[in-house]
Design a protein around this ligand. Structure first.
Ligand code: PEP
Ligand code: MG
Length: 492
């Protein structure tokens, strides 16, 4: 939109040719797109679509036509897209979006994570063929297996219908049992808590048997708006979430933007590798006003609750110390302003960068808890971006390279007497749960809808048998072997 030659062309049509603005704009963008399309270079040719997209969006605004978006879907539908942004998913209306499928993207992208939180089945990164579907085609989406069928034959349809009935029956049973504690057969209790992003999620979490919140992704308060939420706005949301959770533990993660989460009002710059760039705590430490506003709101919401503060994407001890110093500064300021603040607020970190795993003993001495973020830990260990479907086969968090890191982190933490949770998608993965149990994980944090099934799995195992299973998994060569091991094991 700032391109000088485009703007010059529009101006000259307006002034010299006396066209109206809509016509001038349309002509200029279309001419520009056609020029792009005529270029040799494939990359530049493909940019013609971007120019037309921007062109159409501006034209719509000029003509006062509302932007057709996923929010405008008025009939129960399956959404097919090349890719979706986390804000697209966040805005989906659950009563109409039955499922969605994307050609691109990975299973631990925030788009996919949000769909899970909404209980919307999704299959992502399935390839371009899905884009050949047409309005009115019959589609069958199996979110469990990650398969879709376009105009399925009657036998396939029947098979999935039966499976779906069985699945729903089991889910109903699990939900009935979800409110109780998850204890293993030999009487070891583990905490099963929720990953949430809103007040609605907090309510859903309790309905599904969450014993607290292991990860509040606060960035979702910052998405889908034009300015950053101020202290009072944030305070009112944190208050409502904490009031919903009463005295249960609530781990609030400070702002984690960058990577695949963009904000319109913070210039995150154009980076070649946003997941390796100015993301999360790196951005917050450079923008202390944004960071402190959030911390002040959190501290003000703390009285009477078990609020815990967690920093994302920590990679050095210095970042932990600086973050804690800003919490202390915010606390001092608020006390001077006569606000009440809870006494013992735990502070912890996400363990999602391999440097923290390597120095886990040193980090354990500086914090009250760890929460392992396997979504990022896997992408950073395997050097395979979590949103890129072409390297999705490298993103299996059941790989022994990840399991051994989890083992190391749990041991380092327990030696120093701090607790360890896990809030990556792995925590709700039925294959991983017995292994994580056997490794001694204290807290499993997952999307609310995954909790009933996770509790039912935990109750089928003894710690003794789960530890033997975990030992075996650590000694294997691949994620494939780990899945094979667990699928061939009987609980007990
Ligand atoms: C993770 O990385 O595993 C995690 C829980 O954080 P996020 O998915 O929000 O990056
Ligand atoms: Mg993460």
């Amino acid at each position: 939109l700032k391109d000088p030659s485009l703007l010059k062309a529009v101006r000259s049509s307006l002034e010299d040719d006396r066209l109206n603005i809509e016509a001038a704009w349309f002509d200029a963008t279309e001419k520009y797109a056609l020029q792009m399309e005529a270029l040799e270079d494939e990359y530049f040719r493909a940019r013609a679509a971007d120019i037309r997209d921007v062109g159409r969006r501006v034209l719509r605004i000029l003509m006062g036509i509302a932007d057709p978006s996923i929010n405008d879907i008025e009939h129960p539908s399956i959404v097919i897209a090349r890719d979706l942004t986390p804000s697209d998913t966040a805005g989906m209306n659950k009563s109409f979006v039955l499922a969605f499928c994307t050609a691109e993207g990975g299973p631990t992208s925030h788009t996919a994570i949000l769909s899970k939180a909404l209980g919307i089945p999704a299959v992502v990164g399935i390839g371009d063929r899905v884009l050949d579907t047409h309005n009115g085609d019959q589609l069958l989406v199996d979110g469990e297996k990650g398969e879709i069928f376009i105009n399925p034959d009657p036998a396939t349809l029947q098979r999935h219908k039966e499976y779906s009935e069985l699945y729903l029956e089991q889910a109903k049973q699990n939900l009935q049992d979800a409110l109780g504690i998850a204890s293993t057969l030999d009487g070891h209790d583990v905490e099963v808590v929720a990953n949430i992003g809103s007040v609605e999620d907090a309510i859903l979490a309790l309905e599904n048997g969450a014993e607290g919140v292991g990860l509040l992704r606060t960035e979702f308060l910052y998405l889908n708006r034009n300015t950053a939420p101020n202290e009072l706005e944030q305070l009112s949301i944190y208050d409502r979430i904490l009031d919903t959770m009463e005295d249960r533990p609530v781990v609030v993660r400070t702002l984690d933007v960058g990577g695949d989460k963009d904000l319109v009002y913070i210039d995150l710059g154009k980076e070649d590798n946003p997941f390796l760039g100015w993301r999360a705590i790196r951005m917050c430490l450079d923008e202390p006003d944004i960071f402190k506003t959030q911390l002040r709101a959190l501290l003000r919401a703390s009285p009477g609750h078990d609020l815990r503060i967690m920093f994302p994407m920590i990679s050095t001890l210095d970042e932990v110390r600086r973050s804690k110093a800003i919490v202390d500064e915010a606390r001092r300021e608020l006390l001077d302003e006569n606000y009440e603040i809870a006494e013992d607020i735990q502070t912890g970190i996400m363990v999602e960068v391999p440097s923290v795993v390597v120095l886990a003993d040193r980090f354990a001495a500086e914090v009250d808890f760890f929460s392992i973020g396997t979504n990022d830990l896997t992408q950073y260990t395997m050097a395979a971006e979590r949103t890129n479907e072409r390297v999705a086969h490298l993103g299996d968090a059941c790989h022994p390279a990840i399991l051994r890191q989890i083992d190391r982190v749990i041991n380092a933490a327990h030696e120093q007497g701090i607790w360890v949770g896990l809030c990556g998608e792995l925590a709700g993965d039925p294959d991983a749960i017995p292994i994580l149990l056997g490794l001694g994980l204290d807290e499993f944090s997952m999307s609310p809808y995954s909790i009933p099934r996770a509790k039912s799995i935990i109750r089928k195992w003894s710690m003794a048998k789960a530890s033997t299973l975990a030992e075996k998994a650590l000694a294997l060569d691949s994620g494939f072997d780990v899945h094979k091991l667990i699928r061939g094991s009987t609980p007990g």
